[in-house]
Write a protein that binds this ligand. Structure first.
Ligand code: ZN
Length: 132
């Protein structure tokens, strides 16, 4: 089962929580046991799992990633968004999560985030469930 989600980001750098959309897709699928692959088909946008309870965690992550990989650091790429490409490779483009007893297995404090590094844009996310 495959689903394509479309989301709109509103800032250049933003972590957008998509846990609810992933849980909804699992519910609609009717699949009780398996894995869900979450894949982002972009080069300046990634996906990760991290804390969704305290929003300061996400703001610390985006601020610190900005210090690690500054927006302007004499890059060669003519498009001017090399920082976004580098951050995307650091974060990664996919997740594989477990579906158990019809539910997404996440820790209490965990959420799934689309990580925008060159927004605002409309972004696609592929969700694929493999039963087993
Ligand atoms: Zn580029």
């Amino acid at each position: 089962m495959l689903k394509k989600l479309s989301v709109r980001t509103s800032k250049r750098v933003e972590f957008l929580e998509i846990t609810g959309e992933v849980r909804k897709f699992i519910g609609e699928s009717g699949i009780r046991e398996g894995i869900v692959v979450i894949y982002v088909p972009h080069t300046t946008c990634g996906v990760t799992v991290n804390e969704h309870a305290d929003p300061s965690v996400v703001s610390d992550m985006t601020k610190h990633l900005g210090k690690l990989v500054p927006e302007d650091a004499g890059y060669s790429h003519i498009e001017g968004n090399s920082d976004a490409h580098i951050k995307t490779s650091i974060i990664g483009s996919s997740l594989t999560l477990i579906i158990n007893n019809g539910s997404l297995m996440l820790g209490t404090w965990q959420g799934v985030f689309l990580c925008e590094f060159d927004g605002p844009r409309t972004r696609e996310i592929y969700l694929k469930i493999i039963a087993g």
